[in-house]
Design a binder for this molecule. Structure first.
Ligand SMILES: C[S@@+](CC[C@H](N)C(=O)[O-])C[C@H]1O[C@@H](n2cnc3c(N)ncnc32)[C@H](O)[C@@H]1O
Length: 397
């Protein structure tokens, strides 16, 4: 049944509007209130026709505190029992917001302090350039929703750390586990590492396609990540300071229902417009993945797009670990364009010594005129482009 608050954008003060909403209506609340910047936030739309602005000047910091305290109390009331609240702020008043959240939600319901990190250059400050904002997460109780997101391993991760199981020794030190015969124990299938609380997501640059010209507009990528972590499909998400509607667009893309509230009529019109034709600009950094920037040689791995594997960065012989159902993983190497196939096999064999694996896989990328000798049973050579080309040459008249 359709909830009367689903997919609604409401004009007004979120305090007054939330007073009319029944308790425990929302699964997730994200808010990006004014940050106590002590200025009017202004910007022009892309075509220069509209000037958007919102007020962030306060008589005293206590006024700011009071305003947020009242609103966070009512947000607690409209949040469901298993729900979470995600509050965006920066160093201007993060200490105040943390205290309010502790008081309203309880210290024991603090879940995370996420640092949104980006690169942005400013001049003439007598301090390190501020390149982060803070996002606090609290839940209403300990049975809150959390959908794990896995990231690629860091380039500095040693292949043994990925492949081998670990245990604590008698001094509590982490060591590699061995079976009763002293053989190395595998750690099973690997999908990546759980997401950390430092997120590098680029700030919306002035030319970003999704930029609508609303002051302090947040990137869709950031909101998508928050919504995925703390809600499920069809859940109801509230943004009581919705501005240009970034949260609402992200919720729509991810099949969640939403309510947006904003005190500015211009923001409401803009959010409605944006929802009708959302524009997403995926940053190259995120699209290509950080590893592609770190190790250009891994472009070879593009050949294997779509396969369940973990790229390996710090190993001369192994390019990737391939997850295989109910077995130890396989180790894979792609033939370099200046490498003969026998050398590829030798490098992989050498690198696999003392590793726990089920198979070795070599991807052959160039035509070999010499037959490879003595291939062991657990080694597979896959001819990819080379195979097709060989067939083509054979059949050309
Ligand atoms: C930081 S902006 C939100 C930007 C938004 N996250 C985006 O990506 O476009 C804060 C918004 O809060 C709105 N606002 C300020 N006080 C409010 C209140 N009491 N109730 C509802 N909205 C309010 C402002 O009009 C402004 O649009």
């Amino acid at each position: 049944m359709k909830n009367q608050y689903q997919d609604k954008i409401i004009h007004g003060d979120c305090l007054e509007k939330c007073k009319t909403i029944p308790s425990e209506t929302y699964d997730l609340i994200y808010l990006d209130p004014p940050f106590y910047s002590q200025k009017e936030q202004k910007l022009n739309s892309r075509d220069g026709k509209e000037n958007y602005a919102f007020e962030d000047r306060w008589a005293t910091i206590d006024d700011y505190r009071e305003s947020l305290l009242e609103r966070i109390k009512i947000l607690y009331f409209v949040l469901k029992k298993g729900g979470s609240i995600v509050v965006h702020c920066d160093s201007s008043a993060n200490y105040i917001i943390r205290k309010i959240l502790d008081d309203v939600f309880g210290y024991s319901n603090f879940r995370s302090e996420i640092i949104w990190h980006y690169k942005r250059w400013t001049n003439s400050q007598k301090c390190p350039i501020p390149n982060h904002q803070t996002i606090f997460v609290y839940s209403k109780n300990k049975d809150y929703k959390y959908n794990q997101i896995l990231e690629d391993y860091a380039p500095t991760t040693n292949i043994d750390q990925i492949l081998q199981a670990r245990k604590k020794d008698h001094r509590g030190k982490s060591v590699y586990a061995r079976d009763e015969y002293g053989n190395i124990k595998g750690s099973g299938s690997k999908r990546g590492v759980p997401i950390s609380d430092v997120w590098t997501i680029p700030f919306l640059n002035p030319k970003a396609k999704e930029r609508v010209g609303y002051p302090t507009q947040k990137p869709l990528e950031l909101l998508e990540r928050i919504i995925k972590l703390y809600s499920d499909e069809n859940d109801l998400v509230l943004d009581p300071y919705c501005g240009s509607g970034t949260t609402l667009v992200a919720a729509k893309i991810l099949n969640r229902k939403f309510t947006g509230i904003d005190i500015s009529k211009d923001a409401i019109l803009l959010a409605k417009e944006r929802l009708e034709k959302p524009v997403i600009s995926k940053s190259n950094l995120i699209k290509k993945g950080f590893n592609s920037y770190i190790n250009a040689q891994k472009e070879y791995l593009n050949i294997l797009t779509g396969i369940d594997l973990v790229p390996v960065q710090r190993n001369k012989g192994i390019d990737a670990i391939v997850n295989i159902k109910d077995k130890d993983p396989a180790l894979l190497r792609i033939q370099r364009f200046n490498e003969c196939i026998q050398d590829t096999i030798n490098s992989l064999n050498k690198a696999s010594i003392n590793k726990k694996f089920s198979y070795l896989i070599v991807i052959q990328t160039t035509i070999s005129l010499i037959e490879v000798e003595n291939i062991q049973n657990n080694l597979y050579i896959i001819n990819s482009a080379a195979f097709s080309l060989k067939e083509l040459i054979k059949n050309l008249k």
